[in-house]
Design a protein. Structure first.
Length: 144
């Protein structure tokens, strides 16, 4: 991207419902209950998550697009949302294996999944993950 090229951010919001239990398997049930409270109840609980994916790039001279947003929607729905929606995050999602499924860990894992999928010239700049309408988690990836 040349310095004078306009950099435009494109955002798309996604939805998924999933259950989880915030639980550290190396701790006793008592310690989990003490640290995580009801979030660690043995049978778990659910959230209606919202995920906002923000990418950036320069509009292509032939299309005017940074990325075809319909393509972005399909890509994220088919490769990411389908693995999360109506799943149990502790047991059902391969890319979360071995991680405590807090929203912090979830947003980092989602970033790792999305970044390699994006076409040349399109940069993943931000993810926003709402666990509830009031609780939002934001990630910009690891800075080199
Ligand atoms: Ni929760």
């Amino acid at each position: 991207m040349s310095p004078s090229a306009p950099k435009v951010y494109v955002s798309r919001k996604f939805h998924f419902s999933a259950s989880h239990r915030v639980y550290n398997p190396s701790w006793s049930d008592e310690k989990n209950a003490e640290v995580f409270g009801p979030c660690s109840n043995p049978t778990g609980h659910g959230h209606n998550y919202e995920l906002e994916v923000i990418v950036a790039g320069t509009p292509h001279p032939e299309t005017g697009y940074v990325i075809d947003i319909a393509y972005l929607r399909r890509l994220i729905e088919e490769r990411i949302i389908s693995q999360l929606d109506h799943r149990h995050l502790n047991t059902d999602v391969a890319f979360l294996a071995g991680r405590i499924p807090s929203s912090e860990n979830l947003i980092v894992a989602i970033w790792e999944q999305i970044q390699p999928l994006l076409p040349e010239g399109v940069t993943l700049v931000e993810l926003r993950l709402w666990e509830t309408p009031r609780n939002c988690f934001i990630y910009h990836g690891q800075k080199a």
